[in-house]
Ligand binder design. Structure first.
Ligand SMILES: [Mn+2]
Length: 398
């Protein structure tokens, strides 16, 4: 159990001040600094009217249409007649139950990759680094719909977008699951808190908190999901990458002068010793680690494909970018440290070019004036054109 194990006595509901701060961050009077210090990864927080006036990014029909697409990850969880059932999309039109039928939920993952308004909602949570942000999932539920009491390994903000949902939450006494179900439902769930969320309300849950959300009438909930690599996930990817990297010398085992053996199944001592030495002596260089970390953190999701942009001469591209500005494709993952990393690739840039690329990464766009200055750097023009042709970046239509 973590040292910061939450206590049921700690107040979970954020106080509503008289002067709600106008902010693009969805934390109202709590403020992002205080939220990160006191709540993030530590304890749940309910913020009433966190996003006042929030409209659902998609309507019901648009969400159903997304769930019909091959490249969109969707699931349907139902509990008709009290029996849990899980089906995976895509779902043809007509394959989904009507909203008047009770007790089902449609979960659509990665909606931010497909819809600009969903992407904009996710972007309001960029007070957490991009490398930790995962995606925006939207769940559409009919009355009584939910996925049962469960816990997740990641932080989540549950934003009520339309209709009402009753949440019951608690620190799990046991992680035991109900056997034989197609989804992970906790066998024993003893909630310590209960709230009904209305449109614009938001519930934050740190990893490991048990929660059960049940729709009260048809409703839509947006889940802002996070990513946190495990050591195993990171090392598996790192070692696979290192094994494929075209390296320098690749010495091979040799055994000239070996004597004939009478016990052929025995592992030869010299062969064992050589392999052990290779394993022990393998040290990735700091540069190789740095490059891989950035590539790993910006790797697009497997279902993401970019449509290549048109070929443009550098001069023409620079003229259009200086007129219109540039913006990153909403699916582009970008991060920087010493190098700039885009969609799983590492790029070197000099100090002046790096300044503009970092600015583009943080703002995800450069207006015409900034773009004109950036394009005065030849390395910027080269990279931005390359990213434009890869479909990672677009000329901003105003
Ligand atoms: Mn959950």
């Amino acid at each position: 159990m973590p040292a910061n194990r939450p206590s049921a006595r700690h107040p979970i509901e954020a106080p509503e001040g008289a002067a709600r701060r106008r902010s693009r961050w969805p934390l109202g009077d709590i403020g992002v600094e205080r939220f990160m210090r006191d709540y993030w990864q530590r304890r749940p927080l309910l913020v009433r009217r966190a996003l006042p006036g929030l409209q659902p990014p998609l309507d019901v029909d648009a969400l159903r249409a997304l769930a019909a697409r091959d490249e969109v990850e969707s699931r349907l969880v139902s509990a008709f007649d009290g029996r849990w059932r899980l089906r995976h999309g895509p779902f043809d039109a007509g394959a989904l139950p009507g909203l008047r039928r009770r007790r089902w939920t449609l979960l659509v993952q990665g909606v931010d990759l497909h819809d600009e308004r969903a992407h904009a909602l996710l972007a309001r949570f960029r007070f957490v680094p991009d490398a930790r942000l995962d995606d925006l999932m939207i769940s559409l539920a009919s009355d009584g719909g939910g996925v049962g009491p469960h816990l997740d390994s990641y932080d989540v903000f549950l934003v009520q977008a339309w209709g009402r949902r009753r949440w019951r939450i608690g620190w799990p006494a046991s992680r035991e699951l109900v056997a034989g179900l197609p989804l992970k439902v906790l066998a024993r769930f003893e909630p310590s808190h209960e709230f009904v969320l209305e449109p614009g309300d938001m519930l934050y849950l740190p990893p490991g908190w048990a929660h059960d959300g049940v729709a009260e009438g048809p409703c839509m909930t947006c889940s802002v999901g996070f990513r946190a690599p495990s050591r195993h996930e990171f090392l598996a990817a790192f070692l696979a990458d290192a094994a494929e990297a075209p390296g320098g010398a690749d010495p091979r085992f040799g055994d000239a002068g070996r004597r004939a053996v009478t016990r052929p199944a025995r592992v030869p001592a010299d062969l064992h010793a050589q392999l052990a030495r290779w394993a022990r002596d393998w040290r990735p260089s700091p540069a190789a680690i740095d490059a891989f970390v950035g590539r790993f953190l910006t790797e697009p999701k497997p279902q993401v494909w970019f449509q290549r942009g048109q070929k443009l001469a550098a001069g023409r591209f620079a003229a259009l970018a200086a007129r219109d500005g540039v913006r990153l494709d909403r699916r582009t993952r970008i991060a920087y440290r010493r190098q700039v990393f885009v969609n799983g690739e590492a790029f070197e840039a000099g100090r002046r070019a790096a300044h503009w690329l970092r600015r583009l990464a943080d703002a995800r766009r450069l207006g015409p004036r900034d773009a004109a200055q950036a394009l005065a750097e030849p390395r910027c023009t080269e990279l931005l054109l390359q990213w434009y042709e890869a479909g990672w970046l677009h000329l901003a239509e105003i």
